[in-house]
Design a protein around this ligand. Structure first.
Ligand code: NAD
Length: 461
């Protein structure tokens, strides 16, 4: 079959799938909260029943251990599902807000309205969490949903498609597997919501595709996340937290600290302690605390960023196994190739600074990151960090852990994305939060009609 014929066929199948979802949404069956809860409970039961398959698939895709998958994929996903099931009834209720004098007698509230048919496009690095957590949000909101998981972890994509497509009405929830042709065909359709997780480059393609229909878009992208170790940072515990955060999933984590800005006075101790922490973990795929690089393309890209002259520790790699040993590079300057793109691998770049201004200037020269981290006791340093450094989400005296608190929204800013989700924010993300003023008929307060003096108008404003 020629490429063109194949693409036409993909396009037709996808058009039918979206049409089916639109018709399903129009039946209004997804509107009652009870229906949504029933589907969420069913989804949770299915995922629990297939847990072993989920672990096996991701291990086969990139050597991710059961423990690792539990901690970073399924625990957070089940937490989101549990929160949705426990709180949806409350979250979905109209939210009361105060009513101003001009609108008395009356009341005001915000109604969470489903958007319609949603497209969720997932990334490969935490394929379950990043594909299915947004799906939970869309189900909470009462939408119909098509999920396109990343094609790179092929078994993981297949197992999600199997669980969902064998158990849900395709009009309600459906998985379309595939790579660029399928995603392009999906993006050619009209959607009511597109939720995309991936790189800023593809994020721009998604945004362009959404523009003709003014589709509501959430972009969960990446960037170069700074970690700043101020002069007063307690070295041992800061580095312990930093190293753990950096090497989860072998650094293939959108929130991982990408580069570390260390005050000159503590730099040597920080470097030594980094080595101590890395060796203490004894990272390896076999021990279950390290993963392979997802594919050869990414392996070559990350290895290409390691300047042999600047390696402080590590630097070894094995292309056949797609493993790069934890690596620390130092004496890095902002102009080095490693500072020109998101590393997204097990390499940490260390830069030194003398004044906070210097450190903050470096961070501000780079596109707004998905996350920002500061290690310091000092109140003024913390205030300046929050006021002067833009980032999607962040932590002070820790890294990555902000994502585990579902009371905090998660999302980027500028080049690292737009929109936010998790917990109650996921419901908002997939809904239109419809503001409503409801007037009573009891009596008419004539304030809005003509004939008032300036003084009276000032009183009611
Ligand atoms: P990617 O942008 O290459 O792929 C993401 C998705 O887009 C995949 O489903 C893929 O099939 C699709 N895609 C790829 N090229 C496309 C094209 N030309 N047209 C249409 N669709 C296309 O990203 P990735 O490699 O899967 O993930 C790595 C990036 O994602 C990093 O930048 C990372 O920081 C970011 N990320 C962000 C988050 C977050 O929550 N903010 C989470 C994980 C990863």
């Amino acid at each position: 079959m020629s490429n063109q014929t194949q693409n036409t066929r993909i396009e037709e199948q996808i058009r039918d799938a979206v049409q089916r979802q639109r018709e399903y949404f129009r039946t209004k069956v997804t509107l009652p909260v009870e229906f949504r809860l029933e589907q969420l409970r069913k989804f949770e039961r299915l995922l629990r029943a297939h847990e072993d398959e989920l672990y096996e698939a991701i291990f086969n895709d990139f050597g991710k251990s059961r423990h690792h998958t539990q901690l970073t994929e399924l625990f957070p996903l089940f937490e989101e599902l549990g929160l949705a099931i426990d709180h949806l009834k409350d979250w979905a209720k109209p939210r009361k807000v105060a009513t101003n004098l001009l609108n008395q007698p009356g009341k005001s509230y915000i109604v969470a309205e489903p958007l319609g048919t949603a497209l969720v496009i997932g990334a490969w690095n935490f394929p379950y969490n990043l594909s299915l957590t947004p799906v939970v949000g869309s189900m909470m909101a009462g939408n119909t949903t098509i999920l396109k998981p990343s094609e790179l972890p092929a078994e993981t994509s297949r197992v999600m498609a199997k669980i969902i497509n064998e158990n849900f009405d395709p009009g309600y929830l459906h998985v379309v597997e595939g790579a660029v042709p399928e995603t392009t065909a999906l993006l050619n359709q009209r959607w009511d919501k597109i939720f995309f997780t991936g790189s800023p480059q593809v994020g721009k393609i998604v945004n362009e595709a959404a523009a003709p229909h003014l589709t509501n878009v959430t972009l969960e992208l990446g960037g170069k996340n700074p970690a700043i170790l101020a002069e007063d940072a307690p070295v041992d515990v800061s580095v312990k937290r930093l190293i753990w955060a950096k090497f989860i999933n072998s650094g293939q984590l959108c929130l991982a600290p990408d580069y570390v800005l260390v005050h000159k006075s503590i730099k040597e101790r920080v470097l030594e302690r980094m080595v101590y922490e890395i060796e203490k973990h004894d990272y390896s795929v076999e021990r279950g605390n390290f993963t392979r690089i997802i594919n050869e393309r990414n392996f070559d890209r990350v290895v290409g960023l390691i300047d042999a002259d600047k390696v402080y520790y590590g630097g070894e790699s094995n292309r056949e196994d797609r493993v790069i040993r934890p690596t620390v590079v130092h004496n890095i300057s902002v102009d080095d190739p490693i500072m020109q793109e998101e590393i997204f691998g097990p390499v940490i770049a260390v830069l030194e600074f003398e004044t906070l201004d210097e450190a903050f200037d470096i961070v501000r020269k780079i596109e707004k990151p998905l996350a920002g981290y500061l290690f310091s006791h000092d109140r003024e340093t913390k205030q300046r960090f929050l006021a002067e450094i833009p980032f999607g989400s962040g932590a002070i005296n820790d890294a990555v852990m902000q994502i585990t608190n579902s009371n905090l929204p998660f999302g980027g800013v500028g080049n690292s994305g737009m929109g936010r989700y998790h917990g109650e924010y996921s419901l908002e993300c997939f809904s239109h939060m419809k503001p409503v003023l409801e007037k009573y008929f009891d009596f008419e307060l004539d304030l809005k009609y003509y004939g008032h003096s300036d003084r009276q108008m000032n009183l009611i404003r």
